[in-house]
Design a protein around this ligand. Sequence first.
Ligand code: TRP
Length: 331
Amino acid sequence: MDIVVSGIRPTGHLHLGNYFGAVKNFVKMQHEHDCFFFIADYHSLTTHPTPADLYANVKRVLISFLAAGIDPEKATLYIQSDIPEVAELYLLLNMNAYLGELERVASFKEKVRLQPNNVNAGLLTYPALMAADVLIHKAAKVPVGKDQEQHLEMIRTFSNRFNRIYNIDYFPAPVAFNFGEELIKIPGLDGSTKMSKSEGDANAIYLSDAPETIRKKIMRAVTDAGPTQSDQPKSQPIENLFHLMKVLSPADTYAHFITLYNNCQVRYGDMKKHLAEDAIAFTRPFRERIGELEANNNYLHKVAVLGAEKARASASQTIKEVREIIGFRHI
Ligand code: TRP
């Protein structure tokens, strides 16, 4: 069984983009691989959350993961900061992570551009922390989207470098991994091509959203003036609505509205009403599970403790070996 590791930063409940882009695949993988899924709360400190927000968001992601079908008995589901071995491996990897290569990472350059007043060392060494997350379990596979490809490349660099320095074949060189179907990229409601939290809450449909919230968000989604000639190419916002409909609605609803669009008879208000009801139906089981889990702190606590125990068993073994390899030996 391959060892698989992946993490998600705690930004709140998962939205449909997280679900179709990652978590749906995690749920399938857990039956076939030795999976470690974690909430990357150390990583989220680069944005300086308040303690209350950090706590609430870690809990929301944990609840969302469970509601989405991750089985804590099958996969190891844990909170990153419960595993101090990760922080230790991060420190050790940082000693062989170079300023030049870290500065060249596209996500880092993007942050420098977007937030010039908060270019902290945690942002710079983000790939080293990711490497620690993955290498602490000696994972071979990392299920991530295309946007993480460069980070994965860095993880391989750090892994190979460690092996070379100590002349040992210890860490694997992990590769990106998609399980089963291709990951589905969910567009935003604001006309952008990606559903994401950073674009604001109105852009995303959360697994936890109340039916009325979903209706409002979808009715307010960006559209255009409508087609004026048959088979007119679709603008991005309309492409997005159809894309969402394809994922969430029955095939005949989708086909019906495609035909109306091509005949210039589409009414976006009507299309959105259908889409909203289908989105509400799709998210219903998640919403119900989330409600139950929110009321069951006892169970959440048990899940977190179990996950921490399982993850630490694997992590402490690696750290013990790494310390030995590096030369930290008992005197
Ligand atoms: N960087 C990932 C993201 O932004 C989250 C993450 C942190 C991660 N550590 C990881 C993903 C290790 C895979 C493996 O979504």
